[in-house]
Design a protein around this ligand. Sequence first.
Ligand code: NDP
Ligand code: GDP
Length: 327
Amino acid sequence: MPTALITGITGQDGAYLAGLLLDKGYRVVGLMRRSASADVIGERLRWLGIIDRVELRDGNLTDLSSLIRIVADVAPDEVYNLAAQSFVAASWQQPLLTGTVTGIGAANMLEAVRIARPQARFYQASSSEMYGLIQEKVQNERTPFYPRSPYAVAKLYAHWMTVNYRESFGLHASSGILFNHESPLRGIEFVTRKVTDGVARISLGLAKELSLGNLDATRDWGHARDYVRGMWLMLQQETPDDYVLATGRTTSIRELCRIAFSCAGLNYLDHVVSSASLMRPAEVDVLLGDASKARDRLGWVAETSLETMIAEMVEADLARHRARLPR
Ligand code: NDP
Ligand code: GDP
């Protein structure tokens, strides 16, 4: 039975990836940072019904000693480094923490693998945010990067460290440059989930209005369930490499709102307001990925449409809010 170690197992992708690997017969071990609210933190794994099937180990990406001990003890065949301070907007408020966790944390993980388990295959969760101020209309693995936030700068460091450890030490290290991917388990501060949660609250009479920032930005949104399959496929290749995962379709926040509100029979124009306080110091206006390398080499394509995914998210948020309503 192969063993996988997942950092960030309590996050959106970690939870879906754990589910996928369990289905494939893996022993799944997750690195979990210690919290006073540990019962709440396993929520996504509970939602998927798999919390009792994964092994959770206390550790932190900023504590190299914990990582070395865990990697040595678990002896993983595959390591998925998904842990990060992952929210772009927060990275301007906590730029140093973001650099420490999202950037140096990845280097710590690479060091732990190099020291304790160099034969393990390593996946780094890189991001389309690294393209930032886009240098080409459609971004692929050869497009130059231009990060626009402390988050993106930290991810770029982690990306190049992954490439460098592959070239320097021969680690089987791959970097997945993933465009935005969402699901009912997406953090509530990200725009898709903020919108679907808003739709649910407005349609149940719990709120009237939804305040957003820039409605004109566009993103290439896919479903996290599809994207974790791509991560796994990358580590099944004989040769490590870097791959873009994307849908090839870009949609504005405004259009996202139209789709989401229409799922509940509402018109977004009656409810959405754009607030200057939610604008970012530097914006990534457009992202649009070309995943043809992943399609040709991995046989991977994004299978879920934006409409299907948003409908699933609205349904899940409606169910969550209904469950909390007084009977
Ligand atoms: P989430 O924010 O949902 O999950 C982040 C995870 O990292 C959580 O499990 C969190 O733990 C953990 N974490 C944070 N800080 C530390 C730390 N110091 N030590 C150990 N664990 C820590 O992210 P996603 O699942 O959405 O994304 C997974 C990865 O992919 C991230 O690295 C993200 O930046 C990257 N990515 C995501 C994209 C997306 O669209 N979702 C696109 C491209 C890249 P806790 O539960 O305790 O907070
Ligand atoms: P990101 O691409 O990783 O930054 O993912 P987000 O979901 O956080 O943001 C996607 C885009 O939505 C960015 O261009 C944001 O500026 C825009 N956006 C507009 N309003 C909001 C909002 O209220 N919250 C968030 N998170 N993003 C918003």
